[in-house]
Design a protein around this ligand. Structure first.
Ligand code: GN1
Ligand code: MG
Length: 367
């Protein structure tokens, strides 16, 4: 994919190693647009960067998002320098005037990161090793942020993992039924509503502190970890747009959602959706080892539940967006958000059916 010419001008506003050779659009991501920018350094070598346009509908206050990212990456970089981790963190490339991001004429926000060459992302975990690595990286990410001592982070999207609020948003979308799509999704709406009480489990545990509020990634899916092409190791946690105070359980839940089935989240063939116990074991082991001793008994006791909760929540979010006309998530087919919701619901019912077995796996792992 080749990108429009105005991107050269935007990329040129950042302090790159030299003149831009080309800009190429990158596929993937439901929300932001991403491009690879290649510049020619003084020694003649090519240097790659990742340019991203932040979606203004999803991030109406990009400054607060960028401040969170700048604070968190600075903290993680300190741990990397002190050799507390072998993993990298995202590195923001400043603009030529020293800013951490830039606004275009339409006042929307662009940022540039160093590009991690020789890495890839996975849409689903092909093997337990990928799941272990990605989950371990997310667990370590949360652990390394426990001693975060920078400026308080902003809550950039209010109620991001407030499942009850997400379910109310679905109710509102069904009620409004702007495009007359609710009739296509009657079963899915009923299925989600029938599981409503799941939303009431975590709030009291969070209020009591048994499940501590911690800085979390909040979008801990497998495709938000870079895997090394040669070794398969998880080398960097990416997409820090939602890094903010939250719960470790929401991150773990997203890992279960995105790593235990062999399918991508918009798989059309629901017969392929499955919960693979070996993959779940790899996710739980990787995460527990990465997070280490920070995890509380109540967090540990709710790991399996979190997988069910986040899968349900994500089904509600996709379905809400379908009913509202695909305004939030990119949709290339017209019914992709309905399909995504169906895939999540299929996974949700499989997780419910195998809950006991998954709990036994967690119980069998050392603390
Ligand atoms: C979005 O940025 P991206 O595409 O990785 C979404 C997540 C969802 C995810 C589902 C800011 O993530 O919360 O879980 O899609 N991010 C935001 O794939 O809403
Ligand atoms: Mg994102």
């Amino acid at each position: 994919m080749t990108a429009p010419a105005h991107l050269d001008a935007i990329a040129g506003r950042f302090a790159l190693a030299g003149p831009i050779i080309w800009v190429e659009a990158l596929p993937g991501g439901h929300i932001n647009d991403s491009y690879r920018v290649t510049a020619r350094a003084k020694d003649g070598s090519e240097v790659d960067y990742l340019l991203q346009h932040m979606n203004p509908r999803v991030f109406p206050d990009p400054v607060r998002v960028m401040e969170n990212i700048a604070y968190v990456t600075r903290h993680l970089e300190g741990h990397r320098r002190a050799r507390h981790t072998r993993r990298d963190t995202l590195t923001l490339i400043p603009t030529t005037s020293g800013g951490a991001w830039m606004e275009d004429a339409a006042r929307s926000c662009w940022r540039m990161y160093a590009y991690h060459t020789r890495t890839h992302v996975a849409a689903e975990a092909a093997q337990p090793r990928d799941a272990y690595e990605a989950a371990n990286a997310f667990g370590e990410f949360i652990r390394l942020l426990v001693d975060y001592d920078g400026p308080p982070l902003h809550e950039t999207i209010a109620g991001f993992h407030d499942t009850a609020a997400r379910l109310r948003q679905l109710d509102d979308a069904v009620e409004a039924d702007l495009l007359g799509r609710a009739q296509n999704a009657r079963d899915e709406i009923a299925e989600i509503r029938a599981a409503r009480e799941l939303a009431d489990v975590l709030p009291p545990l969070i209020a009591s502190g048994e499940v501590p509020r911690r800085i979390a990634h909040n979008d801990a899916k497998i495709s938000n970890v870079l895997l090394d092409d040669a070794t398969g190791e998880a080398c960097c946690v990416v997409d820090l747009d939602t890094v903010m105070p939250g719960s470790l359980l929401h991150d773990f839940g997203d890992m279960v959602r995105s790593m235990t089935s062999p399918t991508a989240e918009d798989e059309v063939d629901l017969a392929l959706v499955a919960v693979r116990p070996d993959l779940f074991e790899a996710v739980a082991r990787g995460f527990l080892q990465g997070a280490g001793p920070i995890i509380t008994p109540a967090e540990r006791a709710n790991l399996v539940f979190a997988g069910r909760l986040i899968t349900l929540e994500q089904a509600a979010r996709f379905l809400t967006d379908y009913l509202e006309g695909d305004r939030y998530y990119h949709d290339t087919r017209g019914d992709q958000n309905l399909r995504r919701a169906r895939t999540q619901l299929c996974l949700f019912s499989t997780l419910n059916a195998r809950e006991r077995e998954l709990q036994d796996i967690v119980d069998g792992l050392s603390a």
